[in-house]
Design a protein around this ligand. Structure first.
Ligand code: EPZ
Length: 432
């Protein structure tokens, strides 16, 4: 079993460069199914969710060539299959974008229900509502296969009952080649929605209004290859910003779009950090205990749910009581148990966590990454704590953070990735 072993108590200082956005690239790679030609994509993050998506596309018949570490060329023009089995989709949530892209390309898709982080129920009813509005027939087959067929795809109005990132992007993917005008109302506005729209437009689509809650898509006959660069990862950037504050450090976070970080910056300032904004970087400094504050997660431009566990960890180190409300997911507080093991006073009451902060309150402990962002929170907690922590289930973290050990070490963190014998084997050896 691989773990991170972290000795806490070291301030993070220096510079770190943010990689391409996970939640953009996992939609942009499936979107290449719509191109009749080669797409050259830059700023690809080296994370396991990308490897999983590339493996799916390769298995389907895509030709993929890495030009350098962060740039690839992908040609999907020889793909003839619209079937994706569970063995492949179970690895990542974003495999649901294959449904929208395959409908756009073949008017057919048989894709097994996706895996991904457990955050409570993760329904796809709004994706299905959108596909049906475009004229598709959607059925759930055996083995949780979502089977979609459409004789014709016709543009239509789609009102999303909940603001959903996945449904907004999936309907965009299905609609770019539908005949006529599709209007998505109550659309999500996250930076990755705008990035997908820009990518589709670079391939010849006609998508307008991305970044607002009404997106208009006029269908086109065909789309071509293109060159594109993925936006920087807002959540990776936010995680390093909060890590800097939690360790009372001074870190320049480079390759960011400061506008995407506004809600995180505002809360860090409220918690007592200094945040300086540059064109493509932000510098976060903290030289005292954080001040308590409250956060409530909301769709963009509100405070992102994907930063909730990391920020709650910072508030465990604050003077006073903070309230953290989760309004996007039903079950995103599992990590609080791990923080309690480290000595934090954090208690969940329904959709709110109440934190009695203590600036010296975290102690190293054996802990676990319950999911991707919970894992990021554990890293922050372990770096801010006194003593040594051993963090398990780190594969969750590697789904979304490129080179996290090297990046943190370059900032002065004491962190190592170590392989331990299996617990059972270990116990047997000890018994023997
Ligand atoms: C995306 O998930 C992200 N994942 C998540 O990031 C992120 O937490 C989430 O958006 C919200 O920002 C990817 O982009 C791959 P939603 P997604 O559809 O699209 C409900 C991370 O850590 N809903 O916006 O699956 C749903 O239950 C991950 O990087 C429906 O009811 O989220 C939730 O309460 C974790 N019906 C809310 O909407 C639907 O059909 C928002 O979900 C779809 C969603």
């Amino acid at each position: 079993m691989d773990k991170f072993v972290i000795t806490g108590g070291h301030r993070l200082t220096g510079e770190v460069t943010v990689s391409g956005a996970k939640n953009a690239v996992v939609a942009i790679l499936p979107a290449t199914l719509l191109a009749e030609g080669v797409c050259r994509i830059e700023n690809i993050p080296n994370i396991s969710d990308v490897s999983a998506m590339l493996k799916i596309l390769k298995t389907m018949g895509a030709e993929i060539k890495f030009i350098n570490k962060t740039t690839l060329e992908i040609d999907t023009s020889h793909i003839t299959s619209y079937v994706v089995e569970h063995e492949l989709t179970k690895q990542l949530r974003a495999s649901y974008y294959l449904i929208g892209a395959l409908i756009g390309r073949f008017h057919r898709a048989d894709v097994a229900m996706p895996g991904g982080c457990y955050l409570g129920l993760r329904p796809i009813d709004q994706h299905i509502k959108g596909f049906e509005a475009l004229g598709a027939e959607v059925t759930m087959e055996e083995n949780a296969m979502v089977s979609v067929k459409a004789d014709k795809l016709l543009g239509n109005a789609v009102y999303l009952d909940v603001v959903s990132v996945g449904a907004t992007m999936n309907v965009m993917l299905a609609a770019v080649k539908a005949k006529g005008l599709t209007i998505i109302e109550n659309a999500a506005k996250e930076p990755h929605i705008v990035d997908l729209a820009n990518f589709l437009n670079t391939m010849g689509a006609d998508v307008r209004g991305a970044g607002t809650d009404v997106i208009k898509i006029r269908g086109v006959e065909s789309m071509h290859g293109c060159e594109y660069s993925i936006i920087p990862d807002q959540i990776e950037a936010g995680t390093y910003m909060v890590a800097a504050a939690a360790t009372r450090g001074d870190v320049l976070v480079k390759n960011v779009i400061p506008k995407h970080l506004e809600s995180i910056t505002a809360k860090l300032v409220e918690a007592g950090a200094t945040v300086e904004e540059y064109d493509e970087a932000v510098r976060v400094k903290m030289d005292k205990a954080p001040t308590h504050c409250n956060i409530k997660t909301m769709p963009h431009p509100g405070f992102p749910t994907d930063m909730q566990p990391q920020f709650a960890t910072l508030l465990c180190l604050a003077e006073g009581t903070s309230f953290v409300s989760e309004s996007v997911w039903d079950n995103r507080f599992r990590y609080t148990e791990q923080l309690q093991r480290m000595g934090a006073s954090i208690h969940v009451n329904g959709k709110t966590a109440v934190i009695e902060g203590n600036p010296e309150g975290l102690m190293g402990a054996p802990i676990r990454a319950d999911d991707l962002r919970a894992g990021a929170a554990m890293l922050i907690a372990a770096m801010a704590a006194t003593g040594v922590s051993e963090l398990e289930e780190i594969h969750h973290i590697e789904r979304g953070y490129e080179n996290v050990v090297d990046k943190l070490r370059s900032l002065g963190a004491q962190i190592e990735r170590r392989t331990f014998p299996d617990d059972e084997e270990h116990a047997q050896r000890n018994a023997g």
